[in-house]
Design a protein around this ligand. Sequence first.
Ligand code: KG4
Ligand code: ZN
Length: 342
Amino acid sequence: MIVLGIETSCDETAAAIVRSDRKILSNLVVSQLDEHRPYGGVVPEIAARSHLDHIDGLVERAIEEAQIRFEDLDGVAATGGPGLIGGVLVGMMTAKAVALVHDRPLIAVNHLEGHALTARLTDGLDYPYLLLLVSGGHCQLLAVSGPGAYRRYGTTLDDAVGEAFDKTAKLLGLPYPGGPAVEQAAKQGQPDRYAFPRPMRGRPGCDFSFSGLKTAVARVAREVALDQKAVADIAASFQTAVAEALTDRTRNALRRFKSECPAGRALVVAGGVAANAHLRATLTALAGEEDFRFVAPPPALCTDNAAMIAWAGIERLQRNMTDSLDFAPRPRWPLEDLAAAS
Ligand code: KG4
Ligand code: ZN
């Protein structure tokens, strides 16, 4: 089975061709970073126009690089939400056109499901597994037992963790996007220089909170002279606080998962923040303590890409979970709604 995947829900235009034996035949991403950087964040109007400029050429290149023809496709998958509606419309419209012209099934993929199933593409992991999904817009712990089969253990009560990285970067005068910049700055920093809070640590349950941590970082950033050393120390102290907070919540989730899904033996991290090396190291240690396998996709498949959308499309196609050509993009689309929608 060969599927074309299209991803346009945020600031990356992406197209990929993936085969059901887990081979990625092509995987192309055009980043709009330079277009959004002057504004310090993603501007939806600019994003939608840029997706429109790039998507047709990118799909053609993905087909070429995979050395296939459109007729070889078994299905066309595109992100149907959640995300910036202008961009999602561009991707869905393109996918519908290809599906219609070549008479192939359409699969509208939930972007979060793309992240959630990436470990199946990269590591051939079996269901069920526990997933920590950490991105710019989301921070959740989920038991995953199949496409469309998610049980949410916890979520953030306020900000997403990627947002906390992005805001911290702004406060420290680091460039956009914040996550990689904070990680880079933290390399030279002293992680115990500032005692930032570890929100929710020690409390029962699996929910997260990052607003208190953000406020603490803002206070210190205002009070000290932000020379190179202070920036590095704040970045390192912040990154450590985040990793400890995430690890504490994930430990609770692992214990619940063990009792509810005794067949599961793996902890997976996914989403843009999963590219963070310090977080990966902390979670590796936690999984080891709990006698779980730890799986983290390579960083390029943690941040937004179309291979993950094509793969989720394959898993859905294999189960006849396809969508009609009048599928309406959904700017908001919680993962737990998937079972009901399918
Ligand atoms: O999954 P993603 O590419 O897009 C969304 O669906 O949100 O995640 C983007 C988020 C941004 O907040 C970015 O700052 C963060 O992931 N991020 C990182 C790193 N790379 C990207 N955060 C921490 N460390 C990184 N290395
Ligand atoms: Zn994402």
